[in-house]
Design a protein around this ligand. Sequence first.
Ligand SMILES: *Cc1c(COP(=O)(O)O)cnc(C)c1O
Length: 390
Amino acid sequence: MHLDKQYVLPTYNRNYINFTRGKNATLFDEQEQEYIDFTSGIGVVSVGHANERLANVICKQASSIIHISNLYYIQPQAQLAYKIAQLSGIEGKCFFANSGAEANEGAIKIARKYGEVNGEIKRYKVITLQNSFHGRTITTVKATGQEKMHASYFSPYPDGFVYADDIADIYNKIDDKTVAVMIELIQGEGGVYPFDKGEVQALHRYLKQHDILLIVDEVQTGVYRTGEFLASNLYNIQPDIITLAKGLGGGVPIGAILTTLDVLKAGDHGSTFGGNYLSSAAGCEVCDILSQYKQTQMDSVFEYFHQKLVEVFEEFRHLFTEVAGIGMMRALRCKDDQTQEAIYKLSHKHHVLVLKAGRSSIRFLPPLTITKEEIDKGFASLKAALQEVE
Ligand SMILES: *Cc1c(COP(=O)(O)O)cnc(C)c1O
């Protein structure tokens, strides 16, 4: 803790709990005290902590080849691309990066090139939504529709981002320079806010008719977070570009772009680390574990979590305005920000980890493999925390 404070830049409001090991959705601190993890490290540890199958694959891969570079063909990368196409039902191709922001950067580059190559005038504008979140690089922070993220001390930002208030407002923001619309289907950081399926489908049809690309940022919603492999599968749409990251590597950093567009050519884009042997092998195993789990208990455990959440909402109605979300991406919207902060703090005290998000939300992104016993324990702790909120 001393070294962290002395030598690590203070860009985070850290909680100083010293976790030393984990097992599925349970974490242990140095005194072997148990915590239930309803965060999975912000939607990353999709197959749980210390997943045996994933750990074995990582160990095995690390003992043969970790990295060669994209100058050579990488077998597990090709396999992962194949799995992503199979599981999504989208006959596209993948590019691999290392994070969500980077995947979104690549998606924006594809859209910009598409806008240069197709049509008489260059189209470059990308419409995004208010309360969205697309990353922390200079470009993706500008793509993020939150004024507070566009601090003047980081300026100048790249041009060409236009913000719409909601799906309906996107139509008003389109002009002859618009090349793409980039949205999350369920806003994550923005407060677990799902958009209406019919409205999204109508938008997609309209964009297709007008040769405007649809980019869906599935960095948080992808890889079974909603109960389907992609939220796009749930919404029954085939966007031109989809980005993935958080849950794909089960904790090993990886990002991906899946696109049906034939736009990028050799030399247009690249990454030193992206899709290396280690992260691709991890991604393959995560996809296998979760697609098998989907065939057995995933839906019933997801439903169980939702039932428990609704029970808590009913029991503590005075603290909340709404229970929101889909699959294992859920939230309790608090009546105000002070209540949100109090619940967040007390949850740690009662050994259940939760997240904050926009719209005064307490957000839940448990490992997708969380057991019913862990769910029960976590909600018992959460109730104890809620009882202490004034
Ligand atoms: C987390 C997130 C990102 C950014 O991902 P990083 O890996 O932190 O760069 C982008 N988009 C969405 C929807 C996210 O939830």
